[in-house]
Design a protein around this ligand. Structure first.
Ligand code: 5RP
Length: 230
């Protein structure tokens, strides 16, 4: 395992420590969350976590959780989630996030908004003074609106790229397209989020403003625990 994987695993273990038997747990998406899934499964097998119900944020996570033997359900049965554990692409000092590197931003945000508590797990490379410095902002658009929303994002100053894999457009779990909008450092994430949310063709965007309650950051000096003020 690489050093970065070690760090991801450490952050994941710290977050999973917060879980208690009987909780409904939102399961994020990505390589860091994968370590959390493995840890949850390990604690279930050891009898240290009982009656856990996982709500997956993507087909990828659902498949992995099933393989690991984590009991799953959906929001129709459990509309309120106790704790969601998820990764992030970028974290600013106010604990605002860019998410969606794995393309699951819509369902991840649905889970985050349905959760009493959101715990984010990252390695130290994800910290950034301003969102957008290191990462393009993923924006999920309906295929019908692609050209119009590309133009709109460009009008806001972003360099826009359609996300592809092997030259084929990536489709989200909803069958939508992803535009990666490179804004550079974003000075007012809340304002940009509102502008994007006002567009009919934009299904969701990867700015998570005011949603993370705490972040576990694993780095060379160990785990840092950041909590949102207010
Ligand atoms: C998926 C996400 C992921 O949480 C984010 O991309 C971080 O992924 P990783 O843990 O693999 O670095 O938002 O949509």
């Amino acid at each position: 395992m690489s050093r970065q994987d070690d760090l991801k695993q450490m952050a994941a273990a710290a977050a999973v420590d917060r879980l208690q038997s009987g909780m409904v747990v939102g399961l994020g998406t990505g390589s860091t969350t994968r370590f959390a899934l493995e840890r949850i499964a390990e604690l279930i097998r050891a009898g240290r976590l009982e009656r856990i119900i996982g709500i997956p944020s993507s087909i990828q996570t659902e498949t992995a959780a099933r393989e690991l033997g984590i009991p799953l359900s959906g929001l129709e049965a459990h509309a309120v989630i106790d704790i969601t554990i998820d990764g992030a692409d970028e974290v600013d000092p106010d604990l605002n996030l860019i998410k969606g590197g794995g393309g699951a931003l819509l369902r991840e945000k649905v889970l985050a908004q349905a959760s009493r508590r959101n715990i984010i797990i990252v390695d130290a490379s994800k910290l950034s003074e301003r969102l957008g410095t290191r990462w393009a902002l993923p924006v999920e658009v309906v295929p019908f609106a692609r050209a119009a929303e590309e133009r709109f994002l460009a009008s806001l100053g972003a360099a826009v790229a359609l996300r592809t894999r092997n030259s084929i457009p990536v489709l989200t779990d909803q069958g939508n397209l992803l535009l990666d909008a490179r804004f550079g450092p974003i000075t007012e994430p809340g304002r940009l989020a509102a502008q994007l949310s006002g567009r009919a063709g934009i299904v969701e965007h990867g700015l998570f403003v005011g949603l993370a309650h705490e972040v576990f950051v694993a780095g060379a000096e160990g785990i840092r625990h950041l909590q949102r003020n207010g």
